[in-house]
Design a protein around this ligand. Structure first.
Ligand SMILES: C[S@@+](CC[C@H](N)C(=O)[O-])C[C@H]1O[C@@H](n2cnc3c(N)ncnc32)[C@H](O)[C@@H]1O
Length: 214
């Protein structure tokens, strides 16, 4: 399928390819913990430029990605080559993953669920493509349920130019609730406040990382 790549999508791909070092370091330990023991068929939703390849056990996996922004693909494929991951991309979205039921051992997703078009449908799709006993591993920024001011800002920013510069990111989403409601046999996660300075970090501070088993 030929997809339109607008200025903002190209800009995001370029931006991520240059300036991700700090973000990479910030979540390094958590990702090493989260992704240890991954093997078999791994589906990554929204891999972007391939930041997570560094944390995967390259030998024991077959990696498939769903990345609808074609501007990310050259960086992603280059990174896969460098990291020794044999990568294949599917031409679809998280809302309609083009795989049959019960195909993959792991689905991984980092900082994506804020910007998918339909969160609940994406969760159903992720569960559908996992094999029974398969795991969904996630690390996401989430709504602040404690700080009223931050929550108010999180709810308002999608109605500002933020929407264009951050690929439709809605920081006020209750992603934990959506994962819990998706019908997994178990869900566990850790909540934390992401380190980092600046306004964007302040808005997206509350995070979760963890896993859900089908
Ligand atoms: C903020 S980037 C995160 C990239 C990477 N996962 C990381 O942690 O650095 C969000 C990614 O999700 C992708 N994305 C947005 N909507 C999507 C959808 N409906 N299905 C799959 N990927 C999507 C975007 O194209 C983008 O590459």
């Amino acid at each position: 399928m030929q997809r339109k790549v607008n200025y903002f999508k190209k800009r995001l791909a370029r931006f991520q390819s240059k300036g991700n070092d700090k973000n990479f370091e910030l979540n390094k330990k958590r990702k090493i913990e989260l992704f240890s023991g991954i093997e078999g068929t791994v589906l990554e939703i929204g891999p972007g430029i391939g930041t997570n390849f560094a944390f995967l056990n390259k030998k024991g996996i077959r990696w498939i990605g769903v990345e609808p922004n074609p501007a990310m693909h050259p960086y992603l494929l280059e990174s896969a080559k460098k990291q020794g991951v044999s990568a294949s991309l599917l031409d679809c979205y998280s809302e309609a993953i083009c795989l049959p039921d019960s195909q993959v051992d792991f689905v991984i997703c980092t900082k994506v669920l804020c910007s998918v078009s339909n969160l609940d449908i994406s969760m159903k799709e992720i569960k559908r493509v996992l094999k029974p006993g398969g795991r969904f591993l996630f690390l996401e920024h989430v709504v602040d349920n404690h700080n009223f001011l931050r929550r108010a800002v999180q709810k308002i920013v999608p109605y500002t130019p933020w929407k264009y510069y951050s690929d439709g990111c809605e920081p006020g989403r209750d992603i934990a609730a959506s994962i819990k409601n998706a019908g997994f046999s178990s869900v566990s996660f850790i909540q934390y406040m992401q380190e980092g300075k600046g306004l964007i970090h302040a808005i997206k501070k509350p995070h979760i990382y963890g896993s859900a088993i089908k």
